[in-house]
Design a binder for this molecule. Structure first.
Ligand code: HEM
Length: 405
């Protein structure tokens, strides 16, 4: 394991991270946890990494808010599609919009609705496994992990099959725009993705208003017919985009990261093959160990002090989920993948009133995808040409080439 030192995080700045950080942030996280758990940034924001701090902040919506109308102004400009999208999304709002939209979404993802999705999920996964049969070389992201959530989310919105293909690129472009630093090209791609996605969803919602689906299973009909009070057209379309994105790249990363990390821990691969039931606790360990969403944010509503550091009202806090989930104060041997880890109260789905709405669905997708993949291709090997997505906020692979037999 890489030795850590205070020097590694001297002048640490998330908008211009040290060399090697994007590929492997974990040694830097360890250094932050030890030497600078509350790390002031040049732009006046703060990077926080301790489990206990994040856990407390996620639960406290009085001192820490999610609204980003101020924070996103310099990033996106006030009159841009990305600004409209992200500041209208449930995740970057506080009550009352948050309460209304969340209630609609939670209702659509109750235990029964998720159980109803299981047969369709198994069918999708088995079809993808069949498609790879006989292939010498595959890409576990392109051919498998990224295809699963698209179909599940597409089913939730009852989207025609033929329409689903652009979802992944739209989602990557829109969520990619949340990175701490952006090029002009990334901004332009993100803005265009919001515009195109909105045009598509406008047609779909107009059609669905004429021919409503079953609100018990169709999230779009549910959002349109909301009893919580009608959403404005912008709120409706932007929150559709949000949920389609939220359930997508993160789940792709969970599945891809799991299939990759098993190769780093051959004892855990062997244990899982010997006892497939281990996936029940294992899926949370994959989420803890390589959290698909590494960074969250909150804004302070008062002057506060954490770890002796004064943080003024209105400061932006970067909450490093990936570090908190490796905090030795919370997890024994945090840098070891232990699929039987229990308890495992990680923060991969955040916590408090913004706790991920899709966490049970994501767990089910991860559990079934990894189990069925290992069952069909127990001897799969990575070819060593993996490419990470290159992002700080979302951790996952862009390409994961492998041989199957
Ligand atoms: C492994 C997969 C997933 C991970 C790691 C993940 C992670 C997260 C995290 C960390 C948040 C909290 C963000 C914050 O407040 O700062 C969140 C919120 C959310 N997630 Fe997920 N998510 C996953 C899958 C899903 C799926 C499958 C869906 C739905 C189909 C979904 C829907 C949502 C929604 C609607 C919110 C907003 C909740 C709110 O603000 O009240 N997520 N997710």
């Amino acid at each position: 394991m890489t030795e850590i030192s205070r020097d590694m995080i001297e002048g640490f700045n998330l908008t211009n991270p040290p060399e090697g950080f994007v590929d492997n942030p974990f040694p830097f996280y360890r250094a932050l946890l030890k030497y600078a758990p509350v790390c002031p940034q040049r732009d006046g924001s703060y990077v926080l990494s301790r489990f206990a701090d994040l856990d407390r902040i996620y639960r406290d919506t009085t001192l820490y808010i999610s609204d980003k109308k101020q924070a996103f102004l310099p990033k996106f400009g006030g009159d841009t599609p990305l600004y409209e999208h992200h500041t209208t999304s449930l995740v970057f709002n506080d009550p009352p919009l948050h309460t209304r939209v969340r209630k609609i979404m939670v209702g659509a993802l109750n235990a029964r609705a998720i159980a109803n999705m299981e047969p369709g999920l198994i069918e999708t996964i088995d079809m993808l496994l069949d498609d790879m049969d006989g292939e010498e070389d595959v890409d576990l992201i392109e051919d498998f992990a990224s295809k699963i959530p698209i179909q599940i989310i597409g089913n939730m919105f009852d989207m025609p099959m033929a329409d689903r293909e652009p979802l992944r690129d739209w989602s990557l472009a829109i969520l990619g725009a949340l990175e701490p630093t952006l090029t002009d090209e990334q901004l332009a791609t993100g803005n265009k993705a919001v515009v195109d996605f909105k045009v598509y969803l406008k047609d779909l919602t107009d059609e669905r208003r004429k021919n409503p689906g079953d609100p018990a299973t169709d999230v779009l009909t549910r959002l349109i017919e909301s009893e919580e009070g009608e959403l404005s057209e912008t709120e409706l379309l932007q929150n559709c985009i949000f949920i389609l994105n939220a359930g997508h790249e993160t789940t792709t990363n969970l599945i891809g990261n799991a299939l990759a990390v098993l190769h780093e821990f051959p004892d855990q691969m062997a244990a899982l093959k010997a006892d497939p039931d281990l996936i029940k606790t294992g899926v949370d360990e994959f989420l803890r160990f390589l959290s698909p969403n590494q960074l969250g944010n909150r804004e302070t509503t008062e002057d506060i002090e954490i770890d002796g550091i004064q943080i003024p009202k209105g400061s932006n806090l970067h909450l490093v989920i990936g570090a908190a989930n490796r905090d030795p104060a919370q997890f024994e041997y945090p840098d070891v993948l232990d699929l039987s880890r229990k308890p495992n109260r990680h923060l991969a789905f955040a916590g408090g009133p913004h706790l991920c709405v899709g966490f049970q669905l994501a767990r089910m997708e991860g559990r079934i995808a990894v189990t069925r993949f290992l069952n069909r291709y127990p001897n799969y090997k990575l070819t060593g040409k993996a490419e990470l997505g290159g992002r700080l906020r979302f951790r996952g692979y862009a390409k994961l080439p492998a041989t199957l037999n």
